[in-house]
Design a protein around this ligand. Sequence first.
Ligand code: B12
Ligand code: SF4
Length: 438
Amino acid sequence: MNIAFIAMSGIRAWDSELLELGLSMPGFLERSQVIASLPSLGLLTLAGCTPPGHNLSYHEIKDLDPDLSGIQADMVAISTFSAQIPEAYAVADQLREKGIRVVMGGLHITVLPDEALAHCDAVLIGEGEDVWPQMVEDAENGILKSTYRTDHEFDFADAPLPRFDLLDPAQYNRLTVQTSRGCPHRCSFCASSILLTEKYKQKPVAKVLKEIDAIRDIWPRPFIEFADDNSLLNKKWWRELLPELQSRNIRWFTETDISVGRDPVFLKELFEGGCHEVLIGLESPLLDGLPGTELNSDWKCQQLDIYRRNIHSIQSAGIRVNGCFIVGLDGQTTEIFDAVYDFAMELSLYDVQITYPTAFPGTPFFEKLSSENRLDLPHDWSKRTLFDIHFDPTPMTREELRAGFFDLTSRLYSDNCTKQRRKGYQAQRRRRNNPKRA
Ligand code: B12
Ligand code: SF4
């Protein structure tokens, strides 16, 4: 069969005033450009476990003609998150009208498979690796079922090599590798791979290196983004990987939690192993909004006291922190805007990300807002962008939240403020021990 993989590429946001503002903010624009051009690792992974004998092609939706004439396939696999789901369904409808079989999967479809089945021939609920080969075989034999479901945890020891060779590397400024899936925490709003797995599981180091080497075959000096929920928890595992990354001169970025700042020795090893930046969900610099955010043990509340110390340790070690704040959490008042601004400036956060709370389907946060009748109805999944308000906040009004968000955006991402934060970061590094990268 000819199988085409279609990724709903790009980032989404609908608030036109915010977009206009963002376009004049160097800091905002910079991050959007970096992240807008990442390929879908989910699809490349499926391509990697497709049984032999099929012709595979990978497409970003932004590169296809509106009539989808570039897609000549027997079957199309679409991966999408919530924000692009209406577009993805429109693409699926269009392809089916042409007589092409369409299958869908991913985080949104896993939660709402019946919604998707109105637009495609088959859905996959859960992790893809173990079930995808069966879906392909069934499609080939004309016995494709409508619903497939993973009934056990996928073992990362069997992880396939994603088909990076299907990409045109000139289209991307970084590529992703997944080292782990899941997270030991349970944040009420989290719609990441904790929706796919109960466990925190890691790929064998040798598999990760194989993926990195496959990327180096198409791109000699790549920048890697580890597409994990919470990467840096298992130091023993990283101590195996880091020297290998160092010897390959790999530069990388990842997402983790604030606990990484506790151990200066580990931070030094991370720096030497090519870690450039870590994205950390700080959520709030004030206690307001934090209680009840992490559902296992209110972990995020307990960490607030160490935010300053740990961020300072990480940045002093030469690793940039991208601090992420959610403004508009229940309990936050308009004080939150100045608090985030002051915190980012005081700590000289190299990068900052501010987003609205977002009710992704399948999350406890969604259930809470829904039971309190605070969500805009009917559900418009396209507003689940992190940058569009789609619920009634409390105690702030929507107007206060939006106005405060705009004001904070224009202050935080202004040229001056970005320069000042980055100058502060450089000073932190110099003051510590002036580390030089290998
Ligand atoms: C890398 C990343 C991106 C990249 C690349 C996106 C892409 N095209 O894949 C960039 C930076 C572009 C990005 C952008 C956005 N992202 Co993003 N991103 C991630 C991140 C960190 C990792 C995703 C990843 O690569 N996972 C690894 C792969 C292997 O897993 P997977 O995709 O789930 O695929 C597996 C299964 O789901 C399944 N599967 C997936 N697709 C399909 C399709 C078929 C047919 C089948 C059978 C199976 C299947 O099989 C795969 C193997 O098991 C996650 C956080 C996380 N840790 O999950 C957020 C995350 C996915 N992003 C999120 C969001 C909100 C966005 C944006 C909407 C933000 C915005 N305002 O625009 C945009 C839009 C994304 C887009 N255009 O697709 C949310 C999505 C939540 C949701 N339910 O919608 C997440 C979970 C983070 C969060 N804040 O909670 N993102
Ligand atoms: S720490 Fe991050 S990845 Fe883990 S559950 Fe919370 S939001 Fe999700």
